[in-house]
Design a protein around this ligand. Structure first.
Ligand code: ADP
Ligand code: ZN
Length: 193
């Protein structure tokens, strides 16, 4: 996990839900802190599933984070002497996040992003593919398929207990939603061509 000594870089951790992205991000943050590096952690403020000021994994590990409304706030909040910038749930940021990461890396910082590579339809999610293309390092993690036990690469979405339709909006008010890790074969998206 060690990069160039004389300039910054971008590393990206992707995969479906439950693949251990947050766990891996927290692990890298912990190790950077052990190396006595100054680390700042960010996440988008729309993700308030757990705690607005923490990155929390499904297994319960956590680390402090600043919730920001957009990617430019990150530029404003990063201190001059910060060596490592970690960003969780990167798929929820605007496209500008790609430029923000580039700017930070150009400014000699190590940038670690974690996020979903695909949405519930199995299609590229927001800015993540652009980050994957321009990063120095990409780790694509797999979860376990809840149907067949194969490695899972996709996130199955349920609305009121049924597989979400291709045309269902990403944000639904008043519906009970849940998610599951699934392999390609078990990933069901009614209405998908
Ligand atoms: P992500 O950030 O990718 O959503 P997390 O780091 O929050 O993932 O959680 C990973 C943890 O989720 C695993 O270590 C495991 O304890 C738990 N888990 C629950 N369901 C699954 C699954 N289907 N496959 C793998 N891990 C799972
Ligand atoms: Zn499966």
């Amino acid at each position: 996990m060690y990069g160039p000594k004389d300039h910054g870089w971008v590393e990206v951790i992707v995969g479906p839900m439950y693949s251990g992205k947050s766990e891996e991000l927290i692990r890298r943050i912990k190790r950077a802190k052990i190396a006595r590096q100054k680390v700042q952690v960010f996440k988008p403020s729309i993700d308030d599933r757990y705690d607005i000021n923490d990155v929390v994994s499904h297994a319960g590990d956590r680390t402090g984070a600043i919730a920001v409304k957009n990617s430019n706030e990150i530029i404003k909040l990063v201190d001059e002497d910060t060596q490592v910038v970690a960003i969780d749930e990167v798929q929820f940021f605007d496209q500008e996040i790609v430029k923000v990461c580039k700017r930070l890396a150009d400014d000699n910082k190590r940038v670690i992003c974690a996020g979903l590579d695909m949405d519930f339809r199995g299609e590229p999610f927001g800015p993540t593919p652009y980050l994957m293309a321009t990063a120095e390092l990409v780790d694509k993690l797999q979860a376990i398929c809840m149907v067949c036990g194969n490695p899972a690469t996709r996130t199955q979405r349920f609305i009121n207990g049924k597989p979400a339709n291709y045309s269902d909006p990403v944000v639904l008010v008043g519906a009970t939603e849940s998610y599951e890790a699934r392999c390609r074969k078990c990933h069901i998206v009614p209405g998908r061509l």
